[in-house]
Every structure is written in C-alpha cells, then in structure tokens.
Design a protein around this ligand. Structure first.
Ligand code: SF4
Length: 419
C-alpha cells in the first residue's frame, strides 16, 4: 500500500520498504555490509517501522516495494519478521518505543492470527512507552469488523487508510481494488470498532480527475470525520503500467490550471474542516499529527524491519533486501538481510536535517540545529541562503527557517540547493 510508505500512494511518506527514502534526503549506497547491522545497534531509537510487502493486486501507478501473488509466503514472512525483531539487540540501552508503524504493501492483508503473532514478537522484544502511537496502513478492500477488532485489541491506535479517491472512475483508472462506497464503509466500520485516530490518503492530479471531482473526494473524506489527511500529488513513475497507459493517450492528466484550482480547493476545504497543514502533504487536527512520520522529518533515528525496510541509527542508514522471498531465505539461513548502508558525515546529516525539516510547517530551528550539530545555519549556507530568502522561497523568522508558499511550490528545487 509511504513515506515508506505503501498505500500512502504517491509521495515519499514513510521510510520503510524502499518507499521512504525521501528523494531529497540524498540517500546513496556506498557499501555493502557483511555483518548483522542490527546486532550492533545502540538502542536509542524510539521508532520502529515494519514492512508488509503484500498486495492483492498491484495498483498501476505503484513503484513501492510491494508484490501481488505471494499468498503462500505470508506465514513464512511473518515468522521471518519475528526472527529479525528477535535479533535486534536488547539490553538496558534499548529504550521503549514511542511509535510503531506497520506499512506496506498492505499490512491489513495479514490474517488476525498473523497479526497477533507479529505483535507478540514485537512486545517480547520491545517495551512500549506510555501513549505510544501504533499505526497501521489499511486498504479499504482488505478490512472487516473482525480484523478491526483484532487490531484494536492488539493496541493499534491509529489507522491510515489508503483511499486515494472517492470517485469510482478515478479508482479504476489507477487500478485500485476497492470502490468509493467500500472505502467509505471501511472508514465508518473503523469508527464503529472504536478507532478515533483515523487518517485518509487521497491523491490528486489523477488521470481523468477534475477540480469538481477533487472537491467531491475531499469533501467526502472530510465528512467522514477523520482527524488526519495525507494528500499526495500523483507522480507518474517510470516503467509503471500507468506510464504506458498515459503514453497511449487514452487517459489524460489534469493540466496546470486545473492543478492550481485543486490546490485552492484543498486550502479551502481543509481550512473549513480545521485540518491544519503541518507538512507539505499532511493535514491534521490539533494534536493528531503522525508522530512516526515526524521522526523521519526531524531526521531522527528509527529501526526498520522487513523486506526493503530502512533503518537509521547513529547516522547510518541501512536497507534490507527488497525481495521478500530472498529476505525470508536470508533470515532462515541466519544471514544478514542488510544489503546497503551509508554512514552520513556530520555535515551530510546536518543538511538532511535541514531539508527534511523544511517539509514541515514549523520549519527548522537554528538553535536546535546549532545544539545538535554545532553548525550555524546562516553561516553554513551563506549567500545561497540569502539569495533564496530574497527570491521569496524561504523566510527566516524568530530564528526559524521556513519555506514560503512560493517556496512550497518549488520545494524540490529549494531542497536540491540545500542538500
Ligand atoms: S495497495 Fe497499491 S499503492 Fe499500495 S502498495 Fe499495494 S500496489 Fe502499491
């Protein structure tokens, strides 16, 4: 089903299975590790990402590390995840987790027995901090009341639904497995199962979408009463079926003018609903921001387990084997699943923290950066920073650097100059 993001649709959302290496983060592979990275970790990270790479069917825009047709692997894969978690070093230095995120793929494709096993392994390896956020990505086509109740009993307290659109034609155009009605029903059922912390993912700039249909989708999403929205602009990834469909000209994407209108609609409807933008693609009611994703945007540390999952610990970013079959084999043979790693220099880490932080509405604090890195942001970027401030892309106010509205439009360009 990102930022890591699986059913989070189009954008870099959740660091996870190859799906959350933010393009702006400048992740590069510089070496292959031959040892278990996870056995030498210092356990100061308080966030864990678990990747579930299974999907009923591949959506035609999707380039996430997810696979259809691997039904028979699911049980073995869950066992492998349990083993990988068990291998993570546990000691007095392992602090309780504040956030856990099950992303994919489609985590809600796992059976209740598999989910129960997975949470059992999680809780036998980690403690959870009081009030820890436990999120799961759900595809509306894969949830029933029994599974929702099971998730509730397991302690899951945040559901992130990959809805993408409430227009059946648009859902069909991007190859989703559910209808608008089914999505609506799933969200209402989650409410009945006792979930109050619900996020919906929607996508705009879809083939065949118009400002009017975007208005309808967004209005429906808001009317369902969730407290969080992730709104992503479709990115047409290379070598996806969607790229080929668009090349044939049978489907057309909205033009610039329509996109500008959709942006206005977003501003209007989220504003009316009291959903405040706190990140480039994310809106929440007060106190309902996704704490797990904020760890990524603050360039904090996190564990990642599962096929293609990324960990970031002590300035080192490691990625697991992408292929779930190979991942299971490696685990079964007692071998490392880490296939790529990169240790960031102090300055690289500083720059990543700046660009990731700029994604957030609250911006980046010069004092916090100075404390963390001993680097003065203004001195470091010098004339480059002054120029972008003069061009109205960035603003420095009360020792905090923000993107301006114009800077938000050219965010990728600004970030590429700062990385
Ligand atoms: S549900 Fe669709 S978008 Fe989400 S990971 Fe699966 S194939 Fe990709």
């Amino acid at each position: 089903m990102p930022a890591n993001n699986g059913d989070s649709a189009a954008g870099p959302v959740t660091p996870g299975a190859g799906s959350f290496i933010p393009p702006e983060a400048g992740f590069r592979v510089v070496s292959c590790l031959l040892t278990f990275h996870s056995q030498s970790l210092i356990g100061m990270a308080t966030s864990l990402y678990i990747h579930i790479p299974f999907c009923t069917r591949k959506c035609n825009y999707c380039s996430f590390n997810s696979y259809s047709g691997l039904e028979t692997l699911r049980e073995r894969y869950v066992d492998a995840l349990c083993i990988e978690m068990a291998r993570l070093q546990v000691g007095s230095d392992l602090v309780p987790l504040k956030t856990v995120f099950l992303g994919g793929g489609t985590p809600t494709l796992l059976s209740t027995a598999q989910l129960t096993k997975l949470f059992g392994a999680l809780l036998s390896r980690f403690q959870l901090a009081d009030g820890a956020e436990l999120s799961i990505e759900g595809n509306p086509g894969t949830l029933d009341i029994e599974k929702l109740q099971c998730l509730k009993e397991l302690g899951v307290n945040r559901l992130s639904f990959g809805v993408q659109s409430f227009n059946d034609r648009e859902l069909e155009n991007i190859g989703r497995i559910h209808s608008a009605k089914e999505a609506q029903f799933a969200v209402e059922m989650a409410g009945r199962a006792g979930f109050s912390n619900i996020s919906l993912d929607l996508m705009y700039a879809l083939p065949g979408q118009t400002p009017a249909s975007w208005w309808n989708s967004l209005e429906t999403a808001v009317s369902l009463g969730g407290n969080h929205l992730s709104l992503y602009q479709l990115t047409v990834e290379e070598k996806t079926p969607l790229e080929r469909i668009l090349a044939r000209g049978t489907r057309i994407l909205p033009d610039e003018e329509q996109l500008a209108e959709m942006d206005k609609i977003t501003e209007e409807l989220t504003g009316q609903a009291g959903l405040k933008q706190y990140e480039i693609s994310n809106y929440a009611r007060r106190g309902s921001q996704c704490r797990h994703n904020i760890v990524y945007w603050e360039n904090g540390e996190y564990f990642g387990v599962g096929a293609g999952a990324v960990s970031f610990l002590e300035n080192r970013r490691c990625r697991n084997e992408n292929d779930p079959v190979l991942y299971c084999e490696l685990i079964g043979n007692g071998k490392t699943v880490t296939v790529e790693s990169e240790t960031l220099t102090w300055e690289e880490s500083f720059r990543e923290t700046v660009i990731m932080g700029l994604r957030m509405h609250c911006g980046v604090s010069i004092e916090v950066l100075e404390k963390r890195y001993g680097i003065d942001l203004e001195q470091y970027y010098g004339e480059n920073l002054t120029r972008m401030i003069n061009e109205g892309l960035l603003v420095l106010e009360d020792h905090v650097l923000h993107l301006t509205t114009r800077g938000g439009v050219f965010a990728n360009q600004v970030m590429s100059e700062l990385v």
